[in-house]
Ligand binder design. Structure first.
Ligand SMILES: Cc1ncc(COP(=O)(O)O)c(C=O)c1O
Length: 389
């Protein structure tokens, strides 16, 4: 089937033809990298064609960066002036933390044990300027109940970092309640939503977060080198990043080196030359998500995840992902006696998954279908010896 210009085919079988990898592979690794679509390939080609045709297209590139900013803003129900365009979550979060005073009496950074390394490492780097970092650890059942956050968030807390979905277990944290606890103590709340954006609906107002990050590598269906950070509007004036760059200046093309005058809005968290090729790709990837709709994607993925969980129960596998209502999303983790070997065994059958912490990670997205689940379960049934029961 030839892809049309707009995504009208919805989820599952309807959209799968846009992702050529499914012609030969069962792809269930979107938690690591989303599959390549014909749309994203074409976007890269457009970038190259423009370069060939016109050479430097600075103004057009700035316009594309703003289009990406607006696209991400729509996906998380924010306004474009509340979104920074970054090259990675690391860059956005480093800029943000550089703007936090971390003075005595307000120097505590609370992080969940499920944070991605970059967030944890950036937090600990602040110990060099007087921060105290406190970890919130999961209970033995793999959950981090909000009470664990309540135990450590206090009037000394400047920032609470809670990832929306754990890259390690697929557990969904209760971001709404955690943000509420942070605010009760006058702290800011940052939700790293890399494992959530594109797979579940995200609404920054409903979540109540001050800051939210994600990038385009995973469920936003594009490539590395592009990320975003939502910064709530009323914080802009107060947060002055000391990690910066000319694309964060109030007037990019004035080329003025006489002072530091960052943009009045969240663009003050941009930095250098925008990652133009990745922006082309990111726009194409986010367009697919936007046109299909995060609600439709979430519902589709839930159906598939539930089928997978049922099959795993039949195999008597140990599921590491907490399974309560609203506690899981697109990522299901299965305990293995040798996760590395299991990933390789599946790979031999052209089933792509990944591993973390002795668990097999199976992640599902809009292009997966029931047949993928059945193939995965069939392959796992044949390698029961590698499942921890
Ligand atoms: C939850 C989460 N945060 C952040 C990242 C990546 O951060 P960065 O864009 O700095 O490489 C990932 C990617 O694997 C992730 O899963």
């Amino acid at each position: 089937m030839m892809p049309s210009d707009t995504v009208s085919q919805g989820v599952g079988a309807g959209i799968r033809a846009r992702f050529p990898i499914f012609e030969h592979t069962t792809y269930a690794n979107s938690c690591s990298q989303g599959a390549l679509s014909v749309d994203v390939r074409r976007a890269y080609e457009e970038y190259l064609a423009g370069w060939d045709e016109h050479g430097a297209e600075w103004e057009h590139w700035v316009e594309r960066a703003d289009a990406a900013r607006a696209s991400f803003a729509r996906l998380v129900s924010a306004e474009p002036d509340e979104v920074a365009v970054n090259t990675s979550v690391s860059q956005g979060v480093s800029g943000l933390i550089s703007a936090l005073p971390l003075e005595p009496g307000r120097n505590r950074i609370v992080i969940s044990e499920f944070e991605f390394p970059t967030v944890g490492q950036i937090a600990h780097a602040q110990e060099l300027r007087g921060a105290e970092v406190v970890h919130v650890r999961p209970d033995p059942d793999g959950r981090i109940p909000v009470e664990r956050f309540a135990e450590v968030i206090d009037e000394q807390t400047a920032l609470v970092c809670c990832t929306a979905i754990s890259y390690r277990t697929g557990y969904r944290l209760d971001v709404v309640e955690i943000a509420r606890l942070a605010h009760e103590q006058g702290a800011l709340c940052l939700a790293d939503s890399y494992q959530a954006a594109g797979a579940i609906p995200l609404d920054v107002r409903a979540l109540g977060v001050d800051l939210l990050t994600s990038g385009t590598v995973k469920y936003l269906l594009a490539s590395s080198g592009l990320a975003f950070m939502f910064v709530r509007r009323d914080l802009h004036e107060r947060l002055m990043p000391t990690q910066t760059g000319w694309f964060a200046d109030e007037d990019i093309f004035r080329m003025d080196i006489s002072d530091y005058s960052p943009a009045a809005d969240a663009r003050r968290f941009d930095a250098g030359t925008p990652p133009v090729p990745n922006i082309y790709a990111g726009l194409a990837g986010m367009k697919i998500v936007e046109e299909v709709g995060e609600e439709a994607i979430e519902a589709h993925v839930k159906r598939l995840a539930d089928r997978l969980l049922e099959g795993l129960d039949e195999l008597e596998a140990t599921v590491a992902t907490p399974r309560g209502n609203g506690e899981y999303g697109p990522l299901v983790c299965v305990a293995s006696t040798d996760a590395h070997a299991l990933v390789e065994e599946l790979q031999r059958e052209r089933i792509v998954t990944s591993e973390r912490d002795a668990n097999l990670r199976i992640s599902l997205h809009l292009y997966n279908v029931e047949e993928d689940i059945d193939r995965i379960l069939g392959a796992l049934a044949a390698r029961r010896d590698l499942l921890k029961r």
